[in-house]
Design a protein around this ligand. Structure first.
Ligand SMILES: [Cu+2]
Length: 192
């Protein structure tokens, strides 16, 4: 026997309860239309197409692996270095000689004002010497001839030189005027 309350609940069933039925029917229909074996085939096809995509993308991956050594070359050239922008090595010029320095992968900066007790990594200033070689690494560059300090951070000077052949040396020193490994360059010029 179904009393009135049960009948009422059957007629006015909660909406959620009502939706379960069509859902179940849809699932049943899917199982009928796409039985597990077909679903397995579809899954396999999907896997094959994914693998095909992998194969298609494989050649670019190999191509990008081939030029990989190329960036290693610029990486090696990131070493700090110093050079003469002018005059050219082996050139002849009249006095005063216009001398200009350049640096790569190193920051040229004026020595800080006041008492300097520490150095700033990767920063320094130019020094030039006439008829003198590079000083050993870590040595303090004398504030005397033949050395000229560019503690203001400048990179050029017009220098009076006697006629004849001269060597010019540019060497970077840190804020305590100590030489840094690899940051020295010597050229030869002839003054008319
Ligand atoms: Cu100095």
């Amino acid at each position: 026997m179904v009393d009135n309350t049960q009948l009422y609940q059957m007629i006015l069933a909660p909406p959620g309860h009502g939706r379960l039925r069509p859902e179940a029917y849809r699932m049943h229909a899917q199982m009928t239309l796409f039985p597990p074996r077909l679903m397995a085939c579809l899954a396999l096809l999907t896997a094959v197409s994914v693998c095909a995509a992998c194969t298609a993308e494989a050649p670019p991956a190999q191509q990008s692996a081939t030029p990989a050594p190329a960036p290693a070359v610029p990486a090696a050239s990131t070493n700090p270095m110093v050079m003469f922008m002018a005059p050219q090595d082996g050139s002849t010029s009249s006095s005063p000689v216009h001398i200009m320095f350049g640096a790569e992968h190193f920051e040229i900066a004026a020595v800080p004002q006041g008492t300097v007790e520490t150095t700033r990594p990767g920063m320094g200033h130019y020094h030039v010497a006439v008829d003198s070689e590079c000083l050993p690494t870590g040595e303090t560059i004398p504030k005397a001839a033949p050395w000229t300090h560019f503690g203001d951070g400048k990179n050029m000077i017009d220098m009076q030189l006697p006629p004849g052949k001269h060597t010019l040396t540019v060497q970077i020193g840190d804020d305590l005027h100590r030489t840094i490994e690899g940051l020295c360059k010597t050229i030869t010029v002839t003054v008319q």
